[in-house]
Write a protein that binds this ligand. Structure first.
Ligand code: FES
Length: 63
């Protein structure tokens, strides 16, 4: 599914970016350009990032 129409970025691409270490919208914006034009995709992109971080956290939990 396309999340960012301005840059033709899909949810799969955003999930892959998170897998490669991106943790915030700013990270994904730098990597893929998401949200850097009209900005209408930022809310959905943030949700995709948060959902992927729930599945695949990019940090080590400290007990
Ligand atoms: Fe992503 Fe426009 S839809 S910047």
């Amino acid at each position: 599914m396309y999340v960012c129409l301005c840059h033709a970025v899909t949810d799969s691409q955003i999930k892959e970016a998170v897998s490669q270490g991106d943790m915030t919208l700013a990270d994904v914006k730098k990597r893929l350009g998401v949200g850097s034009q009209c900005g209408k995709c930022t809310k959905m992109a943030t949700q995709v990032i948060a959902a992927q971080l729930d599945v695949e956290p990019n940090y080590y939990e400290v007990a």
